[in-house]
Write a protein that binds this ligand. Structure first.
Ligand SMILES: [Zn+2]
Length: 225
């Protein structure tokens, strides 16, 4: 059936734009085998962790792969966020989760929390891409995703056109701890799709860290070079 469906409406690899074969899921095998892994999960004081130094204390920080301005791997996140291809989040989230688990650095995670999106964006997309990734990561770590720990305070205009300083201010104003009792004394793994300036994760992490005894680690699919 898959082959027949591919004839009628070919599925395309977001990275190279070639049609996917019947056995390929979301990304072609060539592009998957060339995924520019960060290997951040395997060592401390990595570039993801350095981003937060002096800002917020995270236990660990990691990302699955790199992309820069001209990298075709950017399209993976774009398709996930704006083109309904939630399967990309599930596939790459599982790959991220397996690496976090195998590293041994994430063994004491109690829950996974995803960075919230505004309800309007959720309604537009039909899903929160960070939650799709979070569910896949949590599945590999054998823990649950908890919902409703964080809330987005007000509509924050799209961050893509802002300079880093305004982006930071915008994000800081946007999140609050909705349920301290859920996260007190826990080690939370906070998930987002992309790590750029770290402002959004910093704002969410700072909100979570308001809960007594809470520790926070973060992980994303992509790390922007
Ligand atoms: Zn490809």
């Amino acid at each position: 059936m898959r082959d027949l469906a591919d004839l009628i409406l070919p599925r395309v690899c977001p990275v190279c734009r070639e049609n996917l074969s019947g056995v390929e899921r979301e990304i072609c095998l060539d592009c998957l085998s060339s995924l520019p892994y960060t290997y951040f999960w395997s060592y401390k004081n990595n570039p993801a962790e350095e981003l937060f130094w002096g800002k917020v204390y995270f236990q660990r920080a990691s990302s699955l792969f790199f992309y820069g301005d001209d990298s075709p791997y950017r399209h993976l996140v774009h398709e996930l966020k704006y083109n309904g291809r939630s399967g990309i989040g599930t596939l790459l989230g599982s790959m991220l989760g397996r690496r976090l688990k195998d590293s041994g650095y994430y063994n004491d995670i109690d829950f996974v929390v995803s960075v919230p999106v505004h309800p309007f964006k959720y309604w537009m997309r039909g899903y929160n891409q960070a939650t799709i990734i979070a569910k896949a990561v949590a599945g590999e770590l054998n823990v649950n995703v908890i919902k409703g720990a964080l809330s987005k305070r007000a509509f924050a205009s799209s961050q893509t056109k802002m300079d880093p300083e305004n982006r930071w201010k915008n994000a800081v104003e946007s999140f609050s701890l909705a349920s301290a009792s859920k996260v007190e004394g826990k080690h939370i793994l906070l998930i987002d799709d992309v790590l750029t300036t770290g402002a959004t994760l910093e704002a969410c992490g700072s909100a979570l860290l308001c809960a007594d005894g809470c520790r926070v680690s973060v992980a994303t699919l992509a790390f922007v070079e």
